[in-house]
Design a protein around this ligand. Sequence first.
Ligand SMILES: [Zn+2]
Length: 215
Amino acid sequence: MMPRSATSPTARSLAAKLAAFGREFHARRWALGTSGNYSVLLRRQPVRLLITSSGLDKSALRAGDFLEIDQEARVIRGRGRPSAESFLHLAVVRARKAGCVLHTHSIWSTLLSERHAEQGGLAISGYEMLKGLDGVGTHQHREWIPIFANDQDIPALSRKVEAELNRDPASHGFLLGGHGLYTWGEDLAGARRHVEIFEFLFEVAGRLAFGSPSA
Ligand SMILES: [Zn+2]
């Protein structure tokens, strides 16, 4: 069956909001060029995920640049093709109560993912901004952000990620080595806030680690 391009008004409105996030993240240098991908869950049973079509310039993302896919990343509606990284989005929505998954490629997340690769993750604690993460009520919280080696075999990588998310249900995000951040939220606003909080924390940790305390 040919994918249909018609989409519901709800999906169209969610796509417009995600497109605005994409343009904002590009402007804030968190996802330049064609990097990054963004999704929102339209239905959990069976899974219907609205996700960015692959290979688009994120500075000019529009509502029409999203596809509806099923749990196997097959296109249900929309034109274009889904990114291979759709499997990571699907792993997150299975393992978490996530309604929205956002993936960025910032400079600080890239540098830190390399710096902490051997430890398998990065711990951040002691910062007031941690309270912007869902369920965190004190700066004394210790957030463990697992780091997975980057891999072009995304289905294999997504199985590792899903296993770790199920093992540690407290995490709010993970890093791919030399690549970037995945984070999520129950809704669009929560996921966007997590990107902003993590990017702030990564910049602080990065400036401390790499000896660049000023902008
Ligand atoms: Zn990526």
